[in-house]
Design a protein around this ligand. Structure first.
Ligand code: SF4
Ligand code: SF4
Length: 110
């Protein structure tokens, strides 16, 4: 069974808490990412623009294996600290169920 993350980008605010939580959990420096949040800017109408944020789990993401394997918390650090409450963690079946309830889900399976 594969495990991973599902993120509803409809509700991602681009706050970068997931990125920072990952850095703190793993001791990454400023230029190293387990989770990288990318800003996508679209031209809009009436002088408005639309901005999407896409959190991307990089190859450094190990789904917080040590943290979730019976430590103090059962959630990966990024999921625990997500300010938009738009992240889910679990096995692929649970994630597909979670994604069905999301408006614009993206999923990362390891
Ligand atoms: S699951 Fe853990 S390792 Fe992966 S991006 Fe989130 S905090 Fe980083
Ligand atoms: S912590 Fe949540 S809301 Fe903030 S950037 Fe990451 S996924 Fe988006």
């Amino acid at each position: 069974m594969r495990y991973g993350l599902a993120i509803d980008i409809e509700y991602c605010t681009g706050c970068n808490s997931c990125n920072i939580a990952c850095k703190q959990e793993h001791g990454y420096d400023a230029g190293t990412f387990g989770m990288k949040v990318t800003e996508l800017i679209y031209p809009g109408v009436a002088e408005k623009v639309q901005i999407d944020f896409l959190p991307f789990a990089t190859t450094r993401c190990n789904l917080c294996a040590e943290r979730v394997s019976g430590g103090e918390d059962t959630l990966p650090s990024c999921v625990r600290h997500c300010q938009g409450k738009c992240m889910a963690y679990g096995d692929e079946n649970a994630l597909f169920e979670a994604a069905k309830k999301m408006k614009r889900p993206v999923m990362y399976l390891k």
